[in-house]
Design a protein around this ligand. Structure first.
Ligand code: ZN
Ligand code: ZN
Length: 279
């Protein structure tokens, strides 16, 4: 049915995105259009007959809606869209608990929140109040997410993201120690831990030389080049920061976020970065 295919294609072309908002799947047969909010003029899929004629009417109406308000739509693959619609039917507490137990991807939470925002529903707060990732990695991730929203196509998204990554990587040493610090919580006093010590415990042991450390304290630490390989921010010098370690952490963190091979980004520029820092 050619008319239907053409109509669907035009809807996607108007929105300008051909990739799933959550998992970055690009299979065109799997992609569908999600309404962030419904107005009284919105058309709902199951109001139309489940046959080609019904679908044709549905997409014709949808195209009109897209022309009026393009920002009301996001693209998902069928799989992610099902997950999102299921979440939207759960109570706030049920969604909160799923997020707390790490059952939801960051992108799915983002999609859920964007929909809630437009529908006047309560937005999911950060269920895990621990900031584990240093601030600069969070900033980079946010920037890449924004690139993704702004980019018109995958090629442009790659270019944007590459610029963001290189920008941040080249500036690691300019960040404040607080921005670079990882945080861990002590479940016991440092002397009760056995070797090998986790990073935050190692840092706590160094801090013990200057003050008392209690159970449940949040300990910040910076990755450094020499033993013991981590230090509390207040004891670290800028020239001790282990830049390569931070680069490998960024690589690891961003692997989930990217729909393409991140090594191609870090391949060549990595050497430039090393030269820049180790001369
Ligand atoms: Zn998906
Ligand atoms: Zn939907």
């Amino acid at each position: 049915m050619r008319a239907l295919t053409e109509l669907k294609k035009e809807c996607f072309e108007r929105i300008g995105v051909k990739i799933c908002y959550c998992c970055y799947s690009k299979n065109p047969k799997q992609l569908i259009i999600h309404h962030l909010s419904y107005t009284k003029n919105s058309i709902i899929y199951n109001k139309f007959e489940n046959n080609d004629d019904g679908r044709l009417k549905y997409y014709a109406n949808l195209l009109d809606e897209i022309k009026i308000n393009i920002t009301n739509f996001l693209i998902f693959c069928i799989n992610c869209h099902n997950k999102l619609e299921k979440l939207l039917r759960l109570s706030y507490n049920e969604v909160f608990n799923l997020a707390k137990n790490d059952k939801l991807s960051t992108n799915l939470i983002r999609a859920y929140n964007e929909t809630c925002l437009k529908r006047g529903m309560k937005i999911l707060e950060n269920p895990n109040d621990e900031i584990i990732l240093p601030f600069f990695i969070l900033k980079l991730k946010k920037e890449i997410e924004e690139d993704f929203i702004t980019a018109k196509n995958l090629k442009q998204f790659k270019e944007f993201s590459m610029i963001s990554i290189l920008y941040y990587v080249n500036r690691i040493k300019e960040f404040s120690f607080d921005d670079l610090a990882f945080i861990g919580v002590l479940s016991d006093i440092p002397s009760n831990y056995l070797t090998p010590f986790p990073d935050h415990v190692q840092a706590a042991k160094l801090l013990e030389s200057v003050r008392e450390i209690k159970k449940d304290e949040k300990i910040k630490y910076i990755h450094i080049y020499n033993q013991p390989f981590v230090k509390p921010p207040e004891m670290t010098r800028k020239d001790e920061i282990n830049v390569s370690k931070y680069i490998s952490i960024i690589e690891k963190e961003l692997k989930d976020l990217f729909p393409f091979d991140i090594d191609t980004i870090f391949g060549k520029p990595k050497q430039t970065v090393s030269e820049y820092f180790y001369d």
